[in-house]
Design a protein around this ligand. Sequence first.
Ligand code: DUC
Ligand code: ZN
Ligand code: ZN
Length: 471
Amino acid sequence: MPSFETIIRGGTIATAADTFSCDIGISGGRIVALGHDLGDAGEVIDATGLLVLPGGIDSHVHFAQPSGPGIVMADGFESGTRSAAFGGNTTVLPFCVQQKGQSLREALKAYHAEADGQCYVDVSFHLVIADPTEQVLGQELPALVEDGYTSFKVFMTYEGMALTDMEMLEVMSVARRTGALVMIHAENFDAIRFLVDKLEREGHVEPYYHAISRPIPVEREATHRAISLAEIIDVPIMIVHVSNGEAMEEIRRAQAKGLKVYGETCPQYLVLTEKDLEGLNMEGAKYVCSPPPRDKESQEACWRGLETGVFSVFSSDHCPFRYDDPAGKLNPKGRTSFRWVPNGIPGVGARLPILFSEGVSKGRIDLNRFVALSATNHAKTYGLYPKKGTIAVGSDADIAIWDPERTLTLTHDLMKDGSDYTPYEGIEVKGWPVLTMVRGKTVMRDGELLGEKGFGAYLTREKSPDAAPRR
Ligand code: DUC
Ligand code: ZN
Ligand code: ZN
């Protein structure tokens, strides 16, 4: 009988703290030994010359989300988690969105039904609170936090989703009492409505005007307000998908004051700009997302945020709609105005190659920071650590093996998602995930899907120390 089910031999291992060379012994889905000369195994994976990293955790993705009349999201849980596996990820955290009038339990029932038996990698849901009734705040949310749904997102914009400041304060109070983490989409709803109406009246309806309708102050103001509300309650918050230096500066200032305010940025804010929305005809619709990509200066600011720790997590905000599809970007109303172009872009498969290549290969961040931003901090902040997010004895054997020298041009074909394009087409990357292992099972190797649909498990989560109030 071999000592281990699997040994990964000869690789360079990196965690968020260390880089070292040793072998990994895996049995029962867990890492059970780290060392040299570990003995024999049912399977030996030779990682000589390769990097052995914690599998990516993408804590911000959208799958199978109802997206308005006639609009269909391009990925359900099968294709979404498949693309995640190809991109070196072993866990994803999609959103379970409450509709107005719906209970959270009803919303969860529908999302679990979508996900059950469909996933290639592990999943866990954040809750989106769109209807914070007395019942939701007083009964459902506290019970669900105890059941392992330990984070929720609130929106400051969007019809049917935006919460008032009063409602934000109420949700934050529940989070403080229960130890959950509030994630915030920070854009000023009224300012966007005003600008969209004005642009349309002036005949500015092309996709490019989506960016013009949501300028930086829209995001900066809401970020400032969200932080102020959280300060009043004294509760930790995560500002998601930060696109520029002015919003980042609000977060940095809060952190310098000792507030537990966390920040997330995404690949679109590092490698795209609002110029991409200009595209000929409707091509710009491929880049419509919120907040929109900005300019070179904003890209540099986002890199600074990643380098200095203002941003602790780097997520894809994968929110996919097909382009050439009447149920996607080119829906009939979308052709008449940017207002109707579905908001979001795919990225779960491209997130890590972009961060590795633009970050590690180009010398902006080191390997340990890459691991922190791509996996470890997600696990810590969302209550999955140390089961997930690191390479240590006792942790799940969630591992991505990377070839740091492999160069490739990003194409949609590589993404293996349900969309019909990638906004990152044509970007040259150096560094590529060649193997993804979830709980000891190889799900992707050398561009081939080896995992079984349904192997991905649902994860209940702990309350994160990051979400604990300061006092
Ligand atoms: N917010 C997201 O988090 N994703 C896509 C669209 C949006 O507004
Ligand atoms: Zn959002
Ligand atoms: Zn999102």
